[in-house]
Design a protein around this ligand. Structure first.
Ligand code: NAD
Length: 352
């Protein structure tokens, strides 16, 4: 099989050929049809998260080992299933839930594998879909995509489940109050679409790039705001009639989290998803006096993936701009994403 592997942080992925694995036990081997290119892959290839103040969280210290085949938004076709892999057969097209834990600890047993202390997520801690084949340890991680086009379904594995999980954290006010989404990239446009599918009242999108703001408007945002405007917080407060009840920050930089905090109404909530990095200082009296919640959100659980696919079956697949590229163009795709040139999602098509 062929894969494009991260062998050295900051360097282009390298083409590697190795024997195609044979599934054993409960494993399933898929031919990769669609593999989304997520901004998280840029952080992974950098090798660290920016903690602000010159500090870094090294991915190697989190257990990420090189060489690594990245790619965690995958749809594949089953080409072989080991004897104990029940419920799938050769030819099935499946979305791969990549947020795997050890499967045995108390956290995994209660259904939060994505929060496992020894994660083995596909494309992060074990080989992912920037390859022509992908080995999945158990069929429970595979979801039927029905008639959805593979390149439209693949982003559900990360941008879909992540924004679905963040939107759920808004709670019942989602249907009553406008929400603010910071970042109109791959996650942002997905978030606007899922917000609508979940019956959300109105989405206001903040982005520093005019093209992304335009795309957000086309995707259904009620208003868009330039994140670089000196009065961005004032504009958000005006657009939300006095302050936001919920801000989902899909950038997660110092200034976006600060903007979110500055834009909240009393009792409001900031949900941080983005990993661009940085730090913020919060006066502690503000937490009780403004009754604010600052919450992080990390991908989603297997149960949430099933809920998301059920939502998609009922309301239709999010109609986001998706560009396709051959697997061999993975390095150009990552460069374009880094340069801010991608509207929506780029999806690699290894089998194309
Ligand atoms: P993307 O590159 O497609 O989009 C990022 C968007 O943010 C772009 O439109 C860009 O113009 C905008 N942006 C950048 N700086 C901004 C600022 N200061 N103010 C407003 N907008 C700004 O990226 P993506 O794939 O959507 O991923 C977004 C982030 O979410 C990444 O950091 C990624 O690693 C992270 N992420 C987190 C999780 C999680 O579970 N917490 C899951 C997936 C991705």
């Amino acid at each position: 099989m062929k894969s494009y592997d991260l062998c050295e942080c900051g360097a282009p992925l390298r083409l590697v050929e190795r024997p195609t694995p044979k599934p054993a036990g409960t494993e399933v081997l898929l031919k990769v049809i669609a593999a989304g290119v997520c901004h998280s892959d840029l952080h992974i290839s950098d090798g660290y998260y920016d903690l602000g103040g010159g500090k870094r969280l090294m991915l190697a210290d989190r257990g990420v080992k090189l060489p690594l085949t990245m790619g965690h938004e995958n749809v594949g076709e089953v080409v072989a299933a080991a004897p104990d892999a029940k419920g799938v057969k050769v030819g099935d097209r499946r979305l791969v839930h990549p947020w795997l834990g050890c499967g045995e600890c108390a956290i995994c047993r209660r259904g939060d594998e994505q929060l496992c202390r020894t994660p083995s997520s596909i494309g992060v801690f074990r080989a992912g879909g920037y390859a022509d084949h992908l080995l999945v340890p158990h069929p429970r991680y595979l979801f039927d995509i029905g008639s959805i086009a593979p390149e439209k379904a693949a982003p559900l594995a990360c941008s879909g489940i992540t924004t679905y999980g963040a939107l759920k954290k808004v709670g019942p006010l989602l249907q009553e109050e406008p929400i603010v989404i910071i970042g109109g990239g791959g996650l942002g446009l997905m978030c606007v679409a899922l917000h609508q599918a979940m019956g959300g009242k109105a989405a206001i999108v903040v982005d520093i790039d005019a093209g992304k703001r335009e795309a957000a408007r086309k995707a259904g945002a009620k208003a868009v705001i330039d994140g670089n405007a000196p009065d961005a917080a004032k504009q958000i407060i005006a657009a939300t009639n006095g302050g936001a009840w919920a801000v989902i920050d899909l950038v997660g930089a110092s200034r976006t989290v600060q903007l979110a905090l500055d834009s909240l109404v009393k009792g409001g909530k900031v949900i941080v998803v983005g990993l661009f990095g940085g730090d913020v200082t919060i006066p502690t009296p503000s937490l009780p006096l403004r009754a604010m919640t600052l919450q992080g959100s990390y991908v989603g659980s297997l149960t949430e993936m099933a809920e998301l696919l059920d939502l998609v079956r009922r309301k239709g697949a999010p109609d986001l701009p998706v560009g396709t590229r051959p697997l061999a163009a993975v390095n150009e795709a990552l460069q374009d994403l880094k340069a801010g040139k991608v509207v929506g999602r780029l999806v690699l098509t290894p089998a194309g």
